[in-house]
Design a protein around this ligand. Structure first.
Ligand SMILES: [Zn+2]
Length: 388
């Protein structure tokens, strides 16, 4: 921490020099500091999306979402418990980027000749190109796992594996809205006027409406570098979809501009406590929901009962049936041994599937933020603000 005076209103306060952008708590002016020269410069491209919701509303929105997801909506309120709701205003670097990709690859011929045996004759050379524009958001926090789900906000329409953390702003912040018709009118004809991006205001503490402002730790150079890398990966996965072997690819990017934007994000955790017979087999797990604090959409969520849970239940039930018929086999007729054996096989197979899936899930858990459980078990608000 270091004492600095604001270049705009001259009031002094303590600032963390490690941060990339500093914000004056008195007048909300953003500025950068050159550590070598001590030169301060006012940073104008800092915006904030107003937070329009609060903890009770987020809680009821979570309940509303759970009701819609549950197979018996009327019992959802009894079976789901929202444990914790935390809101924060998170900084993202948003780059307006135009990416043009040219590729060449090999496509396998289908059902053709066995006569022509020239080497490589089974493949056709294909060329292609595509161009896309993005407002690409990259987290300005060093630890992208500190908020559950933030590392994987990109959910592309195409069947590609996402292993980067950046995401296209507009499609991410427009998803999961539960009352599109009324909501959009009240926040100003949302979709046509440019989505959540159009809601931005020049940075001022008042727009956080009570949320703590998380500090900006990553500078714009790193953000640009990461955005370029994300798009290179994304476009190469897209080109991969069209060919069997991608031979060459070149992605040229035009950067139209980069802005720092604070977004209101709410993180809710909940637990499913089934009232039915399932409760004897189901071990309650903390699950997560990420809600956009401006449009109130569900940006990312975990379902209460996933396929894996059902497979586990199946394994247990089949094992019980197997034991029962084994007993009947001993007491009544040896034919019951066959039914017992069959149930045992089903049970074993279920257990195997469940185990192999849960291994995969641990890895996904990492993707979604390894600090997930740590975050959800602490109820305190992030004690950090821009000036810390
Ligand atoms: Zn100031």
């Amino acid at each position: 921490m270091h004492e600095l005076s604001c270049p705009s209103c001259n009031s002094t306060a303590q600032f963390n020099l490690q941060n990339a952008v500093h914000v004056c708590q008195v007048c909300s002016t953003s500025f950068t500091l050159d550590l070598d020269t001590g030169q301060k410069e006012i940073f104008g491209d800092h915006y904030i999306i107003p937070n329009t919701t609060n903890a009770p509303d987020v809680k009821s929105a979570s309940h509303e979402w759970l009701r819609r997801m549950h197979h018996r909506p009327e019992s959802a309120d009894e079976e789901f418990v929202v444990l914790d709701v935390r809101g924060m205003s998170l900084p993202f670097w948003v780059t307006s980027i135009d990416a043009h990709t040219v590729w060449r690859g090999l496509v396998k011929r289908h059902g053709r000749n066995t006569l022509n045996l020239r080497p490589g004759s089974n493949y056709l050379i294909e060329n292609g190109e595509f161009r896309r524009s993005y407002r690409w958001a990259v987290s300005a926090r060093n630890n992208i796992c500190e908020t559950w789900g933030l590392t994987r906000l990109h959910s592309p329409k195409e069947a590609v594996a996402v292993d980067w953390d950046g995401f296209p702003l507009d499609s991410t912040f427009s998803r999961g809205r539960m009352e599109p018709a009324t909501e959009q009118v009240s926040i100003g004809g949302d979709e046509e006027s440019g989505g959540v991006y159009a809601q931005r205001e020049f940075f001022d503490y008042k727009y956080s409406n009570g949320l703590s402002i998380m500090s900006t730790q990553v500078d714009s150079d790193e953000a640009l570098r990461r955005a370029r890398r994300h798009l290179e990966l994304y476009h190469s996965r897209l080109a991969d979809l069209d060919v069997d072997y991608l031979v060459d690819i070149r992605t040229e990017m035009e950067i139209a501009g980069i802005q720092l934007i604070h977004f209101p994000v709410w993180h809710a955790t909940y637990q499913y406590r089934p009232q039915s017979a399932l409760k004897h087999f189901y071990r309650p797990v903390v699950k997560n929901i990420l809600i956009d604090g401006n449009g109130k959409g569900i940006m990312k969520s975990e379902l209460a009962v996933i396929h894996n849970d059902k497979v586990v239940v199946n394994a247990i039930v089949c094992a019980l049936i197997s034991a029962m018929f084994l007993l009947l086999g001993v007491l009544v007729h040896p034919a019951f041994y066959f039914i017992s054996l069959f149930s045992l096989i089903v049970s074993g197979a279920s257990a195997f599937i469940a185990l192999s899936k849960s291994n995969k899930q641990t890895k996904q858990g990492l993707n979604h933020g390894a600090l997930n459980s740590v975050v959800s078990s602490s109820t305190e608000q992030p004690a950090e603000s821009a000036a810390s």
